[in-house]
Write a protein that binds this ligand. Structure first.
Ligand code: ADP
Ligand code: MG
Length: 597
């Protein structure tokens, strides 16, 4: 029920906690995970061969007899062979770690994107675009880095950490003591470190998201910023947010600098020296074995220095995972109702006492009732903010009513299969959004692979063909590139062409002709009437010439229906209706009132 549209995604993962989420992604690639662990183990194991071989060589040199050359050569060969094997295995390990991390990132990004498209508009209304962008790009990237180098190095560090405890008892059983103590203290430090670093990393990620949200917003509204000469204020506000990101990162760095393991390592070297020399003096081990043991203790250097880095990768990745899960797990009220009513729409629309508010304390639509019979054209009029656009969004369930019902063909829209309902209703919005794709792709959006002929045909019907033909690449012109921007009127005609192409049984035109200049109005007028023919059309408009011919007119004020009827009826009976006419077309209204009255 969490999704409006469960976009089919083959990725099934656990969303109950960041930890389970990460683990369930890891287990999707078992072979890569296994190779990573085996690689880390063999790397440390083969590195552990060196101190022993060096110790033996040292003993052989001290003896200085006939055997010396052979023994030293032996050690050299052991070192060469083991390190050659080691670097070969390292290659496999690092390669699979990279493959692993990149797949990990791709999977999570896919999953997040599918989940974002599945959210309702009520969710997206509240979510700053830049913040969402930061999650999809940066937080997902953090999770990649958490795997490689993060987890990869942690696995490597862990193996280097346990290796001395495995090799040392081979020299003398007592020598396991210092390695064990060090392993315990190092692990404690790591747990403490990640635990303390995690909230700091959360703040780093959060501040980055806020900065991104601000950036996206001011780029989006750049025209307003420039138009009101607010550049300096915007730069100042952005600088503050950027400073905040810097401060958070510095706070992270400051904490990382207080890293105790380096101190523990120093202590371990001293303790190992004392312990092994004591054993040497009691005759339990030889000189070469002291050297071998100290060489083993030196292996701790790798985990000590690398854990600082890899643990902070883990903390950051974990914070990123949490932010990603926040998006995936956000519940939205609409659900797609896949088993709902699924049929071709005939076209009757009924509002039955419908009420809706964007927030709990204010209704945008209150107790609205009216009917549009199949094939009729119903005009919705009212001043700006009276709820006309909101009304249209209740029909295809961009939002759900709070009370009452909206029926399409006698079936409550909530009982319709959402996909089926939406695919048969076209809404042309006030601000037409066009993708940065070709003109043809924009017209064809919402329809699978239409041929060029039908695209051109719908474009002609929408009176768009003429201006499209004047473009350098005509229908292949990419919108938004190299100055290829369109005027409001041109955008609306492209949207009309889109509607002609999909040929929906229900068409909603939301102030779609407001931006069209009077020179083209006549043509558009004809286009709209031919578009309205044979389908139920909801016409939200200010244009008298369009309203007059509607079968039914609904007058809205502050979300309520204050009058409805035909043009002539309303002119006679409704003060509000006449008022609207006075505002937008005083002369025409006056003449109509005379002839009508
Ligand atoms: P109209 O299309 O008639 O100009 P709208 O339906 O756009 O009016 O708006 C009706 C009311 O709902 C207005 O008060 C407006 O501020 C509010 N409103 C519109 N869209 C949203 C939204 N996404 N979130 C919150 N309030 C909104
Ligand atoms: Mg509107």
């Amino acid at each position: 029920m969490a999704l409006e549209f469960s976009v089919k995604s083959p990725i099934k993962t656990n969303h109950t906690s960041p930890f389970r989420f990460i683990v369930s992604h890891i287990t999707r690639h078992p072979i890569a995970a296994l190779l990573l662990i085996l690689g880390a183990f063999s790397n440390a194991f083969l590195a552990g061969v060196v101190p022993g071989a060096v110790g033996s060589a040292f003993d052989a040199i001290r003896l200085m007899n006939d055997e010396t050359l052979r023994l030293v050569l032996n050690s050299v060969l052991i070192i060469i062979a083991s390190q050659t094997l080691r670097s070969f295995l390292q290659f496999i390990r690092n390669f699979s770690a990279e493959v692993f991390a990149q797949r990990f990132e791709r999977d999570i990004r896919d999953e997040l994107y599918a989940s974002l498209l599945g959210k309702s508009m009520s969710y997206h209304d509240l979510q700053p675009v830049g913040e969402t962008m930061a999650r999809v790009t940066n937080d997902v990237r953090e999770m990649n880095l958490m795997m490689n180098p993060g987890v990869n190095l942690i696995a490597g560090a862990f193996m280097f950490l346990i290796m001395p405890a495995i090799y040392a008892p081979g020299i003398h059983p007592q020598l396991i003591l210092v390695p064990l103590l060090f392993v315990a203290s190092h692990l404690l430090v790591q747990v403490y470190f990640v635990w303390r670093l995690y909230p700091i990393a959360q703040e780093v990620r959060g501040s980055f998201g806020r900065m991104n949200a601000r950036l996206a917003e001011s780029l989006d509204g750049l025209e307003v910023v420039k138009g009101s000469a607010q550049e300096n204020q915007e730069i100042g506000a952005f600088n503050n947010l950027a400073d905040l990101v810097r401060d958070r990162f510095i706070a992270q760095g400051e904490f990382e600098a207080r890293y105790l393991s380096v101190l523990f390592f120093g202590l371990a070297v001293v303790a190992a020296l004392i312990h092994s020399v004591a054993l040497y003096r009691s005759g339990a081990i030889g000189e070469g074995q002291v050297i071998a043991f100290l060489g083993l203790i030196n292996m701790f250097q790798f985990p000590v220095f690398i854990s600082l880095f890899s643990s902070s990768r883990i903390a950051s990745g974990y914070a990123g995972a949490e932010r990603i899960l926040e998006v995936i797990n956000a519940k939205t009220a609409l659900d797609q109702n896949a088993r709902g009513y699924n049929a071709g729409i005939i076209g009757s629309i009924v509002f039955d006492n419908a009420s809706f508010g964007y927030s709990d304390d204010e209704e945008a639509i209150s107790n609205v009732s009216f009917e549009a019979r199949a094939g009729q054209t119903v005009a919705i009029v009212g001043q700006t903010g009276s709820g006309k656009s909101t009304l249209s969004k209740l029909i295809n369930r961009i939002y759900d009513v709070d009370e009452g019902r909206v029926l399409v063909d006698g079936v409550d829209v909530r009982d319709w299969n959402l996909q089926s309902l939406r695919s048969q209703i076209s809404i042309i919005e006030q601000d037409v959004f066009l993708f940065s794709r070709s003109v043809a792709d924009n017209i064809a959006f919402g329809k699978d692979r239409p041929d060029r002929e039908s695209i051109v045909e719908s474009s002609k019907a929408a009176q768009a063909h003429e201006f499209v033909s004047a473009f350098p690449a005509q229908y292949d012109t990419i919108i938004g590139q190299r100055g290829m921007t369109l005027s409001g009127g041109q955008r609306q005609r492209l949207a009309l062409a889109r509607a002609f192409l999909t040929d929906p049984p229900v068409l909603i035109l939301d102030d779609s002709t407001s931006a069209i200049d009077s020179a083209t109005e006549d043509k558009i007028q004809r286009a709209i009437w031919s578009a309205a023919r044979g389908r139920t059309t909801l016409l939200i408009t200010h244009r008298l010439s369009q309203i007059r011919w509607a079968d039914h007119i609904v007058v809205l004020r502050r979300g309520r229906v204050v009058a409805q009827g035909t043009h002539e009826e309303l002119l006679r009976t409704s003060e509000s209706y006449r008022h609207i006419f006075d505002r937008y077309a005083p002369s025409e209204s006056a003449s109509l009132a005379q002839t009508g009255g």
